[in-house]
Design a protein around this ligand. Structure first.
Ligand SMILES: [Zn+2]
Length: 213
């Protein structure tokens, strides 16, 4: 019994440390004091031969990030992460479907990732299109339909000002909820205290990330 409690304490500690390391890494990137993984000053330590050899035998990412495919939103840069550190899934509007859920389950259950960050971002074009109810092709409409619940929640709440930015936050929250509703594997890991999910928003203007408290 004691062992079980200790194990859980350790896991909670790992989850908290993981999330804090993301907050710190983002702060370092914003302040210009990053480790230089993605600087233009010569060879990055994370693409050096020694690092390639290290990850060649396998990967053990400590976190999963589901973010938008927007070309301005690059998780490795935002969190100063190198090869083998974070498992990234990107879809326009950071929406989920069975394939995305399968990717999340794979990283959590088979690679040992302990944290999922669902990260929306300022000025998201996909969310803007969903808010404006634009007519699109069948496939783009499928993506916009996934954002619809967040739009409807904001419309129902009578939100008028800053509708797009509020919907971006709501959309990330909806996706967080859907992950545990639609994946029994992830729901089980969360229930056991082995996995944590948080939503966040990335700000294009200054590169900082706000995590949901
Ligand atoms: Zn976007």
């Amino acid at each position: 019994m004691k062992k079980y409690v200790l194990k859980n304490c350790w896991l909670v500690l790992v989850l908290v440390v993981s999330l804090n390391s993301f907050v710190l890494a983002n702060e370092k990137e914003v302040s210009g004091h990053s480790s230089g993984h993605h600087s233009e000053e010569g060879v990055s330590p994370d693409t050096a031969l020694s690092k390639l050899e290290e990850v060649y035998t396998g990967q053990k990412p400590y976190a999963i990030i589901l973010s938008c495919s927007d070309s301005r939103v690059v998780p490795e840069y935002i969190f100063d992460a190198g090869l083998g550190e974070i498992f990234i899934i990107r879809t326009a509007g950071n929406v989920i479907d069975p394939i995305v859920l399968g990717s999340i389950e794979y990283a959590a259950a088979h690679l040992g990732a302990k944290l999922l960050i669902v990260m929306g971002h300022e000025k998201c074009g996909a969310v803007t299109a969903a808010v404006n109810h634009t007519n699109e092709s069948i496939n783009i409409t499928a993506m916009l339909n996934a954002i619809k619940p967040a739009v409807e929640a904001m419309e129902k709440a009578g939100e008028k000002d800053n509708m797009v930015e509020k919907t971006i936050v709501e959309n990330a929250n909806v996706m967080v909820k859907r992950v545990t509703e639609e994946s029994s594997i992830i729901a089980g890991l969360v229930k056991e205290g082995k996995f944590k999910i948080v939503s966040a928003k990335y700000f294009l203007k200054d590169g900082h990330v706000e995590f949901k408290k």
